[in-house]
Write a protein that binds this ligand. Structure first.
Ligand code: AHR
Length: 806
């Protein structure tokens, strides 16, 4: 989805790091005038089935492709040993689970599962299975002395017995159990395996004692020590990471996962409850793997309860992707979507005597789960959304008037309880939004900032990304009366299955670490103030960076044509297109570009296509061109100030599902007006880029003038913990220089202050944690003692500091 801000930053960063050393400043905290109360729900988490966050992640199942539905061609993640194996739809285990594995084995031969091995060319599973899998170590991690529960369904020709074996990386048997009593029909068998050694690269082999043919389905292996020992439960080490974030709510299950790559393959909660052998699962095409839905609605609600966090369930609003565009279910076909929402509430909260409440009780939870918040849609917008939102809003409010409803954007004619903006962008874009909610209309719906993260130039999670996010979060907390909730995204990632970058928590089959962004989330949530104390920060500000770089054209899910593309500087032509010469002079890193009849044509359905020209040092120029939409979801992306093809600023015409025009670039965000691009019409486009200023014209009309503002690389928020009586100051120094700040505690009494300082920092803003160095950047705690009411403290370069004192 297009929440990502593509931005221009390099000039800015070098400017920021070029400023003088030993900077000084002043911060006053006003104890006499306590400010707004901070929402107790402010810091929560957003869990999406992305990057194998669930299946192969926090969901403790150890077998990949346990029900053989992952791929229609090959038994992905299963190897044969002295046997042949094929997918078989002949005698299904049940109608929801049509495929099983047929194994013809020699005596002692069988099949082995390698766990959640990823990587390799996953877009072609045949190739992955044939070439990649045999060369890779398996990924089932077992620990000596622990018990692992194996459950499988099997049937056989004649009477044969199976042997279930946990094998170490070197092929040695770690644990083995015999499975007797197979017959013609499907039977369920359960055994417990206790490995004799710890091995992170074990595999599970199911073999036949004698030569013969047998079938397998729903082969499931779970550690007994799941989080809180729950059956079909969650991985304890990953849950501990979430517990340490002290989340007050959990938004689930997506994200794009809710919308589906095509609306048909959206997640449907009713398919995610009950016996796992009866759950059909579905293709999670957005993020490139099959979802077993073993971590389903009930397990999510249980997870929230175990975390003592409020559930925030996101429902599909009748919109999703289809054929490269945004599809809205016709209004007269919306009833099932409305009913799904109402039934989800009954499942969570209804009495055990109600239809769906009874099912919840049958699934092991007679008491209600206390669901109080529903988000209607994910990143949907525009008139189609407003109509569908209103329908679902009215139906829910009529039956459950107290249910808090979250909309993806403000909706005319209805007042949602909250709106959920998202922001992905670069460092500067976070610094420039520190004050975003200072002037927010206090009578407007409250804000749930449901997704944010530095995605541009953020490595796999740099300290710099965490610093920008932390600065932004000071603004959320300072406005904790209107910003009711916020969550970083995405939460979890197995790097072998990375569908999005960066993420808060990285894990493999046996290790886990938090990125600096994770630690910022944990630091803020563990040190939340109940009430704000007003602050005034007087610290160095960096000059705004001049806009510099290449220029170009592109589209988002749209086919379009461009012509008469010209770049002029001081009356001199820097570039003029001549498409009769084909693509000469153009780079076309993304999209399907061709020329014909003097025009440049883009005919791929990809997002963020790009054809570009020019030089990274170009500045102070005017771009003119003509553009025509041929088909698709949106309009045009006119690139400027791009140092390279992955760091670009653009004027987005007909963006956000063809409802608005906006400039997307750091320091320039916020320039957005309603607007749409029609098919078949040639538009005249002009963009003037001079210094830090951008002016955009459509058909001769000025649409936006925006300017980069100076950027502050320090940010602070102070408040009180009303339980402990402590003052909590969060100070972010996102610059490369130490900042010596004089703190003035206005209204504070003279005397000694003793407290704790929690500091997250590293030498270089680009430093990251990794599996090899998981604790390179983690918060360190120290005590401090100073004389009130005025004292100085030097905040290290690249640091987040939390001071707590009584
Ligand atoms: O957080 C990753 C993705 O970003 C989510 O699925 C979607 O909501 C957004 O576009």
């Amino acid at each position: 989805m297009k929440a990502q801000v593509i931005a221009l930053v390099t000039a800015g960063v070098s400017l920021l790091s070029a400023v003088a050393q030993n900077q000084t400043g002043r911060l006053s905290i006003d104890f006499d005038k306590p400010g707004v109360k901070v929402s107790p729900l402010l810091y929560g988490i957003f869990f999406e089935e992305i990057n194998r966050a669930g299946d192969g992640g926090i969901y403790a199942e150890m077998i990949q492709n346990r029900s053989f539905e992952d791929n229609v061609d090959v038994p992905v993640a299963w190897k044969t040993e002295n046997a042949t194996a094929s997918l078989d739809k002949g005698t299904p285990l049940n109608p929801n689970n049509p495929t099983s594995l047929r194994v013809e084995a020699q005596a002692g031969g069988g099949v082995a599962n390698v766990g959640f091995l990823g990587g390799g060319p996953r877009w072609n599973m045949r190739e992955w299975q044939k070439d990649y899998l045999p060369k890779q170590p398996a990924k089932i991690a077992v620990e000596t002395g622990k018990d692992y529960d194996l459950s499988l369904y099997a049937r056989a020709q004649g009477s044969i017995s199976l042997i279930a074996t946990l094998k170490g990386a070197d092929g040695k048997v770690l644990a083995s159990k015999k499975i007797k009593g197979l017959g013609n029909g499907w039977k369920n068998f359960s055994v417990s395996l206790t490995p004799s050694a710890t091995d992170a690269n074990a595999s599970l082999m199911v073999s036949s004692e004698t030569a013969g043919t047998f079938w397998l389905d729903m082969v499931s292996l779970f550690p007994q020590d799941t989080w809180k020992g729950r059956k079909n439960g969650l991985r304890a080490d990953l849950m501990e990471k979430l517990v340490a974030m002290k989340p007050t709510f959990v938004r689930f299950p997506g994200g794009c996962f809710v919308e589906g790559h095509q609306i048909e393959n959206r997640v449907q909660w009713k398919n995610t409850i009950g016996d796992i052998a009866e759950r059909p699962g579905h293709l999670n095409r957005n993020w490139g793997y099959y979802s077993t839905d073993g971590l389903g609605q009930h397990e999510y609600l249980q997870m929230c309860e175990d975390l003592e966090a409020a559930p925030v369930f996101v429902i599909n609003c009748g919109m999703g992707h289809r054929d490269g565009g945004m599809y809205a279910v016709p209004m007269n076909e919306m009833q099932p979507f409305v009913q799904d929402a109402l039934d989800a509430i009954e499942y969570a909260n209804g009495p055990a005597t109600s239809k769906w409440g009874a099912l919840r009780a049958k699934n092991g939870h007679p008491k209600p789960f206390n669901l109080k918040m529903i988000e209607i849609g994910n990143e949907n917008g525009g008139p189609d959304y407003h109509e569908r939102y209103a329908l679902i809003h009215d139906a829910i409010k009529a039956k459950y008037p107290d249910m808090q409803l979250i909309a993806n954007e403000p909706v005319p004619n209805r007042t949602p309880d909250m709106v959920d903006p998202h922001h992905y962008g670069d460092f500067e874009s976070f610094l420039s939004q520190v004050t975003r909610y200072d002037s927010y209309d206090r009578s407007a719906p409250k804000v749930y900032f449901g997704e944010y993260a530095q995605t541009e130039d953020a490595g796999n999670g740099t300290l710099q990304a965490a610093l920008g996010e932390a600065a932004f979060m000071t603004g959320l907390e300072r406005n904790g009366d209107v910003v009711a909730m916020a969550s970083y995204a995405p939460l979890l990632c197995n790097p072998e299955w990375r569908g999005w970058n960066p993420n808060a928590i990285l894990f493999n089959q046996h290790e886990v670490y938090g990125t600096p962004s994770y630690w910022v989330q944990a630091m803020f949530a563990n040190n939340r103030s109940d009430q704000i104390l007003p602050t005034e920060l007087d610290a160095p500000v960096s000059a705004p960076s001049v806009i510099e770089g290449k220029v170009g054209v592109g589209t988002w899910n749209t086919h379009a044509e461009f012509k008469d593309f010209k770049v002029v500087k001081d009356g001199q032509t820097l570039f003029e297109s001549d498409f009769s010469k084909g693509l000469e002079g153009w780079q076309t890193p993304r999209g399907k570009w061709s020329t014909a009849d003097g025009v440049l044509r883009q005919t791929s359905d990809e997002n963020a296509t790009l054809a570009m020209v020019g030089d990274a040092s170009w500045r102070d120029y005017t771009i003119t061109l003509k553009a025509r939409k041929l088909s698709g979801a949106e309009g045009f992306l006119i690139t400027f100030g791009a140092p390279n093809d992955s760091r670009r600023s653009w004027w987005n015409l007909g963006g956000w599902g063809n409802i608005a025009h906006g400039v997307e670039s750091s320091g320039l965000n916020g320039a957005r007006t309603d607007g749409k691009i029609e098919i078949g019409r040639w538009y005249d486009i002009k963009i003037e880029i001079y210094g830090t200023k951008v002016s955009c014209y459509l058909d001769g009309q000025l649409v936006h003038t925006v300017m980069r503002e100076p950027l502050r690389t320090t940010a602070a928020v102070a408040g009180r913990d009303l339980n402990t009586g402590e003052t909590i100051l969060k100070f972010i120094n996102a610059s490369a220089n130490p900042q010596t700040i004089t703190l003035e505690l206005r209204g504070g009494k003279p005397g000694k202050i003793k407290g704790r300082a929690i500091v997250l920092t590293s030498k270089n803003a680009r430093d990251e944690n990794s599996f090899a160095k998981p604790e390179r950047i983690v918060p360190r705690e120290e005590s401090f003692a100073v004389d009130a009411p005025n004292f100085t403290r030097t905040f290290p370069a690249n640091s987040v500091t939390i001071l707590r004192w009584k």
